[in-house]
Structure formats: C-alpha cells, structure tokens
Write a protein that binds this ligand. Structure first.
Ligand SMILES: NC(=O)c1ccc[n+]([C@@H]2O[C@H](COP(=O)([O-])OP(=O)(O)OC[C@H]3O[C@@H](n4cnc5c(N)ncnc54)[C@H](O)[C@@H]3O)[C@@H](O)[C@H]2O)c1
Length: 257
C-alpha cells in the first residue's frame, strides 16, 4: 500500500555538506533522487560539491551560510524554497569539529569564547535551522529532520567537554522537537556517529588517531563517512515514516545503548 502521507520528493538541505561526513550524506541522498542544498560556511567548497552532484546527474544548489546567524539561515531556506519549491528533509550536520577546529583540551582549559562558539553553532544553529524549515514542512504535512549527535554524548570522552555537551544537547533537542512537531507530520530523528575518518586529506596522525578508536568496536575497523550514509538515507526516506524521536548509533558496535 502506498503511503499517502509521503509528499513529493522535495529538496534535502544538508548543513556542513561541503566537507567530511556531510559530503557523503549529499552523495547518498542525491543518488536516492532528492535535490540537494549544500549549505556551508565554505562557499567555494559548497559550490564544488554542488557541481559534482550535478555532473553526476543530480540536482543541487550551493548556499554559503553560517548556521549560527539567523539572517543567513533565513536566506538559505528562502533560496532552497525558491529553487526547489518543496523541502522534504533537513540534515543538521554542520558543527565545530575539524574544518572549523576545536581544542581537544581538558575541561578546565577551554576558553569562554570557544565554549560559546560551540553552543552557538552546534546547538543554537541546529535550533535556528529547524525553526526556519519546519513551517515549510508543516505546510505539506510532511517532513524529515535528522540531527547529528555523537557517540561521545552517550559514552563520555576524556577531553573536549564543550563539544560533548553540545552533542548531548542534541539528544534531548531531538526528542522534544519530535513531540512538538509530530502533529504537523514532521519526523525528527538523530544519528550518533562513532569516531570517523572524515578528513579529506587525512594525515598519518589523523589515521593513527582513528585507528586508536577501533579497539572497543564489535566490528573492528576504522569508520568511514560512507558507513553513515545508510542511516541518513533511512531517516530521510518514507521507510522511516513511523519512526520519530529516535537516536541511532552508527559506530561499528562500540556504544550499545
Ligand atoms: N568525524 C567524527 O569522528 C564524528 C564523530 C561523531 C560525530 N560527528 C559529527 O558529524 C558531523 C560532521 O562531522 P565531520 O567530521 O564531517 O566534520 P567536519 O569538520 O569535517 O565538517 C563540518 C562541516 O561543517 C561546516 N561548518 C562548520 N561551522 C559551520 C557554520 N557555522 N555554518 C555552516 N557550516 C559550518 C564546515 O565548513 C564543514 O564543511 C558533525 O556534526 C560532527 O560533530 C563526527
């Protein structure tokens, strides 16, 4: 039986999709048939990614946006609607992580400015994106929001407490928003990736660090961005239409919650 609540295949906005794991999400969702909006601080990177998707036969739009700035977020969503009409999905992937780097410092050595930036981008940016996109989804009675947390929010981590705190916030945010917007047909889910080799030109040090995270995994190998693509595809697709408020850990069986 076809799912009558499923809207036409509208665009998916992916924040932070110019690099790393977001770029792999864009590849997968484009090959699933969705028009993709690449939203990133890095304008040249976003354009290059959108051009690559178009060269592969997809539909894509690049928009330079800082998700921590409300005016950028509104302009991004307006551009997406102007180009593609309907927005089916939003993947809140952008974060202060490695392209915009964080210090992996002990809790008492993190500066106030970096703490505030972390919360402004990872948490407030995610909230602002949802506020701007949800009314468009509500108009269609259908939408898919995927937030990105981290396995560190479930397990803890012996450094970078500001990052882990922001990613723990995403877990409660996901559940609360799912309850608030369910009546509008909007599903809100979350992916918690394990330590992933997401650097484009990974150094020996990056590779050694990722290898050091393998030990406690049931599936003992380095995690790659593509390992996360199936989860995002499922949460954006109609296959997950009766799933909301959930967090799926994708880490090769390190954190089993
Ligand atoms: N790589 C990992 O090991 C890992 C593990 C768990 C969770 N995650 C999460 O997965 C997501 C992607 O991680 P990644 O490794 O690809 O990170 P990354 O640093 O490689 O990429 C993040 C992207 O977000 C963009 N960005 C940063 N700040 C922005 C802002 N204010 N506005 C718009 N764009 C902005 C960057 O330009 C970059 O393209 C992040 O949310 C991260 O916290 C990563």
């Amino acid at each position: 039986m076809s799912n009558t609540t499923t809207a036409e295949r509208g665009a998916v906005i992916i924040t932070g999709a110019a690099h790393g794991i977001g770029s792999a999400y864009a590849d997968r969702l484009s090959s699933d048939g969705y028009p993709i909006v690449i939203a990133d601080l890095d304008e040249a990177g976003a354009k290059a990614k959108a051009e690559a998707l178009i060269a592969d036969g997809g539909r894509a739009l690049a928009v330079r946006a800082d998700i921590s700035k409300e005016e950028d977020v509104q302009a991004l969503v307006d551009a997406a609607v102007a180009e593609f009409g309907t927005i089916t999905g939003l993947v809140n992937n952008a974060a202060v992580f490695s392209v915009v780097p964080m210090s992996r410092a002990p809790y008492d050595e993190i500066g106030l400015d970096e703490w505030d930036l972390m919360m402004r981008v990872n948490l407030r940016g995610t909230w602002q994106m949802c506020k701007a996109v949800a009314p468009h989804m509500a108009k269609n009675g259908y939408g898919k929001i995927v937030n990105i947390s981290s396995g560190t929010a479930l397990k803890g981590s012996a450094s970078r407490i500001h990052y882990v705190t922001s990613k723990a916030g995403i877990l409660g945010f996901t559940k609360t928003l799912a309850r608030e917007v369910g009546a509008d047909g909007i599903r809100v889910n979350c992916i918690a990736p394990g330590s992933t080799l997401s650097e484009e030109n990974a150094s020996e040090k990056d590779i050694e660090y990722r290898k050091s995270r393998v030990g406690d995994r049931a599936l003992g190998r380095v995690q790659m961005p593509e390992d996360l693509s199936g989860a995002v595809s499922f949460f954006i697709s109609p296959d997950s239409d009766f799933v909301t408020g959930q967090t799926l850990v994708v880490d090769g069986g390190s954190c089993m919650h």
